[in-house]
Write a protein that binds this ligand. Structure first.
Ligand code: NAP
Ligand code: ZN
Length: 347
């Protein structure tokens, strides 16, 4: 077994603390990655605090993992020692059902194996990227383009793909008016990606302090969502809205911002069920959907798109000892715009 150091939540809602465990010995198709950086996703907070239920503890969070390949199994073809590699939210699936065959492992009909807070097919718990290393089958490892700053590329593995996938699936094209609700980790990636596609991007934010940043990140307009005058001026005008907000809020207000036949997609996952007014959809034949991360092939496509357009996340690097503080700041929307853990701090 391979010894690993980590930070884990020993039980639901408990602060994260040092934790030692072992990774499995490499199987023939496994890649061993020495983790250099891991992004901090709001999903980590939801799960550590057991807001989605069924949390498995001790929990080592982290699904925005990048680092260097230090060993490969005998049958590994895509990776060699020294390569830069990443792992996102998925580490296994059946690879045989209709969804997996379409490259949509996140919708595996037998259930995917999550990078943490999940169980391997043999029943052992999975531990995530707030750790010194990870062993993952090669089908679920991504190649990180060399021209991207490694630490700032880490959040692409979740925040990047989660916003790229719906932009692609709903065919967002050049010139369309795209709304991004919430300027956090996911939101700021949505702004950069939609801008690179050529959309006209507007950010809805509750934080007036983020207006200038939103513009620098690529927004053409910024709307303070608490200001009803500003909101009214945009009613019925959006082709597409992506909602990245982590806390309960009113979806109906944003649905009214869509033009006829417009699409709104939820990626933010608050713990409280929303109230939906049928009229918000009926008036204008609007559609509300949802989207979950993205498949492995699409994640690689997104990484290559980011390499081509020189897109990475805006990050604040932290030592792992600051993780509990980072969670508190994230809950207060005080993150610009993704915390990334420097794993050297675990040495
Ligand atoms: P984050 O960095 O904390 O950003 C969330 C943003 O939402 C905040 O920065 C804030 O933006 C806004 N917000 C927060 N509280 C709010 C409130 N009470 N009312 C209105 N707006 C509020 O979080 P994240 O990492 O981007 O994750 C966002 C959500 O996506 C989480 O629920 C996470 O679990 C989920 N997620 C889903 C997927 C998926 O596959 N669907 C993948 C990853 C994450 P402003 O300051 O601009 O208002
Ligand atoms: Zn995430």
């Amino acid at each position: 077994m391979i010894k690993a150091k980590a930070f884990a939540a020993p039980s639901a809602k408990a602060p994260l603390a040092p934790f030692n465990f072992e990774r499995r010995e490499l199987r023939d198709n496994d890649v061993h990655i020495e983790i250099h950086y891991c992004g901090v996703c709001h999903s980590d907070v939801h799960q550590v605090r057991d807001e989605w239920g069924k949390g498995m503890f001790p929990m080592v969070p982290g699904h925005e993992i990048v680092g260097k390949v230090t060993a490969v199994g005998a049958k590994v073809k895509k990776f060699k020692v020294g390569d830069l590699a990443g792992v996102g939210c998925l580490v296994d699936s059946c690879l045989d059902c209709a969804s997996c065959k379409e490259g949509l492992e996140q919708f595996c009909e037998k259930g995917f194996v999550g990078t943490y807070n999940s169980k391997e097919k043999d029943g052992s718990p999975t531990y995530g990227g707030y750790s010194t290393s990870i062993v993952t089958r090669e089908e679920f490892c991504l190649s990180i383009p060399k021209n991207l700053d490694l630490a700032a590329a880490a959040p692409l593995l979740c925040a990047g793909i989660t916003t790229y996938s719906p932009l692609r699936h709903w065919n967002v094209t050049k010139g369309q008016k795209v709304g991004v609700v919430g300027l956090g980790g996911l939101g700021h990636m949505a702004v950069k990606l939609a801008n690179a596609i050529g959309a006209k991007v507007a950010v809805f934010t509750t934080s007036p302090s983020k207006v200038e940043d939103a513009k620098r990140l690529g927004a053409h307009e910024v709307i303070i969502s608490k200001d009803m005058e500003q909101m009214k001026a945009h009613m019925g005008s959006f082709d597409f809205i992506i909602d990245t907000v982590s806390a309960p809020h009113d979806y109906n207000l944003y649905l009214s911002m869509l033009r006829r036949d417009g699409n709104m997609v939820l990626v933010g996952l608050p713990d409280t069920p929303p109230t939906l007014a049928a009229g918000a959809l009926i008036m204008g034949r609007r559609k509300l959907g949802g989207s979950l991360i993205g498949g492995i092939q699409e994640t690689q496509e997104m990484l290559d798109f980011c390499a081509k357009h020189n897109i990475v996340s805006d990050i604040e690097i932290i030592p792992i000892q600051k993780i509990n503080e980072a969670y508190e700041r994230m809950i207060k929307s005080d993150v610009k715009y993704r915390f990334v853990i420097d794993m050297k701090s675990l040495a």
